[in-house]
Design a protein around this ligand. Structure first.
Ligand SMILES: [Zn+2]
Length: 123
């Protein structure tokens, strides 16, 4: 099974969706992480590498806001959103392990969690 491929809004590199962090704009304009076994989200998401540098660049250039806002106002505080993404990625990995996800999905999720750990200097 191949995972869908998405593009990082920070560096424009393409990667399997589950190796990228995902955010979405809620109806009230607040940008929040999308995570979980199915990454279920309504509306259009944006994806970013699990690297703070990519995230910061996407924020600085306005690429993240454009991708999720599509002309509408978006609200988020970069540090808070990044921290929420870190928590979301780790949570997603734990949930997938517990629920017996497919090997490909689990591998992608584990890689994402490891990348986050490296990024956060916890490993
Ligand atoms: Zn990137």
């Amino acid at each position: 099974m191949t995972e869908p491929v998405r593009m990082c809004v920070g560096c424009r590199t393409r990667a399997p969706k589950r190796r990228l962090l995902q955010v979405i704009r809620r109806p009230d304009g607040v940008v929040v992480p999308v995570a979980g076994p199915r990454r279920r989200a309504s509306g259009r998401g944006a994806y970013v590498c699990p690297r703070r540098a990519c995230f910061d660049r996407a924020v600085r250039k306005g690429a993240l806001a454009r991708a999720v806002g599509r002309g509408r106002a978006v609200r988020f505080q970069p540090d808070d959103l990044w921290n929420a993404l870190v928590v979301a990625a780790r949570h997603e990995c734990r949930v997938l392990r517990r629920t017996g996800a497919s090997r490909a999905r689990l591998a992608a999720s584990s890689e994402l969690a490891r990348a986050i750990d490296r990024e956060e200097g916890d490993v």
